[in-house]
Design a protein around this ligand. Structure first.
Ligand code: FES
Length: 527
């Protein structure tokens, strides 16, 4: 792997490696762990944008709410998003209409528009300083579509209009700014938005507390008994509540039902310095598969630069380990199109996050399939976690308050999207293929080959071990079998995690679970 170099010979070493722009610039408020039994109307598990928005709206509606998170607040995927707030769906309206019909596409458009409007309203009502601003969004052609792309844009424009989006138009070129490369024709989506997700989440948490909601972090929900009333065990303590919302990115309470309908993908991001004002503040994304997505975050007042945030290079989780190459390709792609500052710190940060892609392009929000009526889930962000997380807050509030909501059926976790069957079969085959890892060899023949601060899968007889050698040379051995449904995890050298290729569980280097659906750590061999 060669790290890109520029005219002055400096390598583009980032200031923040494996750290998002958001976590590098904001410290989230601290909350104590649960230290006694408590009761509430609703227990929300998970303190990302979906859990916090749900808790916020419920407390505003007068409900008593307890929120639990097993890490710091917003320490999961909310901290590594690029925070595009868009009603131009990732899968694009032609596909959403094919799978969900015109009426479904209209509801999807209306719900994402409402999510942006709700964030706008909350920002104003709570006087939140989170860099929220309305911007335009531009869909332009990827290299593969540059020849026949005009027709692609025309079809998408017509589908967006049928979905009820107002003001979407085709332009002859992307108005990227005076110094950017010509990106060709595009669709303009008005009244999109962007913000700093952690500033927003920190303010939501403060507002929840002001409304008498209770937040406990570093509190792991070990089990959920639906009751009623529901009983959530967390260590030695219990939360008793009428209802439970599981907002843990990938549900920890549902072993199978939704996990066969979504798949985890890693996505990569760089934050590059561009001269202040040189790139118009807008959202940009192309038609490539996987697509590139771009936005501009203003730099600090004292600086002469903005940060161009560029994402893409997605792959199925646990099925590639070439992070540096992917970040380098992103940088090359961005340099060919935008006026990135040259110099040693042109790339200010590089990070990665996991996206849960559903088979039909929309999140699963509502009552958990096969569970009692008081257990709700939100999962399947589909690359639109900020708007889907906010839709979850609005929809779950209505369901919990017994109100009608027109989006209920569209987002129902029990739905069967028959027209998405091809995607379902493809993902099912991919998951099934992962079980072959049970009989293959390890990444290395012996633990001697594992360098310090690195990990590898090692076969020992009939079993496979996830072996990490720490900075001091000490080996830490765990079973490589994911406690969820038994796939073999893989080492992620960039993030220093063990990632499961089947349904997205992730574990830290010592095997402690950091992302569901597994709710348990990798086991210690022989324990
Ligand atoms: Fe399902 Fe690992 S996440 S088997």
């Amino acid at each position: 792997m060669t790290i890109p170099r520029h005219q002055d010979g400096h390598a583009t070493h980032p200031v923040h490696e494996h750290e998002s722009l958001w976590t590098a610039t904001v410290s989230m408020p601290h909350f104590a762990p649960l230290a006694g039994d408590v009761e509430a109307d609703v227990c929300v598990i998970g303190g990302g944008i979906a859990g916090l928005t749900t808790a916020y709206l419920l407390t505003q509606a007068g409900k008593s709410v307890v929120l639990l998170d097993d890490g710091p607040l917003a320490g999961g995927m909310t901290g590594v998003t690029t925070a595009h707030l868009s009603n131009a769906l990732d899968d694009r309206y032609v596909e959403i209409e094919r799978v969900h019909g015109v009426d479904g596409a209209r509801l999807a458009a209306a719900s994402h528009t409402a999510a942006i409007d709700r964030i706008d309203a909350i920002v104003k009502a709570e006087h939140i300083h989170c860099d929220f601003e309305r911007v335009d969004g531009f869909l332009f052609l990827g290299p593969d579509d540059s020849h026949n792309g005009e027709e692609l844009l025309d079809r998408e424009l017509a589908a967006a209009h049928r979905a009820g989006l107002v003001g979407v138009e085709k332009l002859p070129r992307v108005p990227v700014g005076a110094t950017g490369a010509a990106l060709g024709p595009c669709l303009r989506f008005p009244r999109q938005a962007q913000f700093h997700p952690l500033k927003y989440c920190a303010a939501l948490a403060a507002a929840i507390e002001r409304a008498s909601g209770r937040i406990f972090t570093h509190t792991h929900a070990d089990s959920i008994d639906a009751g009623p009333p529901a009983r959530i065990k967390a260590g030695s303590f219990t939360v008793v509540s009428h209802a439970v919302v599981v907002a843990t990115n990938s549900p920890i309470n549902d072993l199978v039902a939704v996990h066969t309908k979504q798949a985890p993908y890693m996505s990569y991001v760089i934050g590059a310095r561009v001269p202040r004002g040189s790139v118009a503040r807008s959202l940009y994304w192309d038609t490539h598969d996987p697509y590139h997505y771009v936005r501009v975050q203003p730099g600090p007042e004292s600086a002469q630069h903005d940060l161009l945030i560029v994402g893409g290079e997605d792959h199925k989780s646990g099925q590639a380990d070439d992070t540096q190459e992917r970040h380098a390709r992103l940088e090359a792609w961005a340099r060919a199109r935008f006026p990135i500052v040259d110099g040693g710190h042109a790339i200010e940060c590089r990070w990665a996050g996991q996206v849960m892609e559903t088979i039909d392009g929309l999140a699963f929000i509502g009552r958990n399939p096969l569970d009692k009526e008081n257990i709700y889930i939100v999962t399947g962000d589909s690359g639109m976690g900020m708007t889907h997380g906010t839709i979850a807050g609005i929809l779950l509030m209505d369901l919990l308050l017994g109100r009608e909501n027109p989006w209920t059926t569209l987002y129902d976790p029990s739905r069967k999207s028959l027209r998405a069957g091809g995607t379902y079969m493809k993902e099912a085959a991919n998951m099934a293929a992962q079980y072959v890892d049970w009989v293959t060899g390890g990444d290395v023949a012996s633990t001697e080959e594992i360098r310090n601060n690195s990990g590898a899968i090692v076969r020992r007889g009939l079993v496979k071990l996830a072996v990490y050698r720490d900075e001091h040379g000490t080996l830490h051995e765990r079973s490589a079998v994911c406690p969820h449904l038994g796939c073999i995890v893989g080492w992620n050298a960039s993030e220093k995690t063990w990632d499961c290729p089947c349904h997205g569980s992730r574990f830290d280097k010592l095997g402690r679970v950091i992302n569901g659906p597994s709710n348990r750590d990798l086991t210690t061999p022989g324990a």
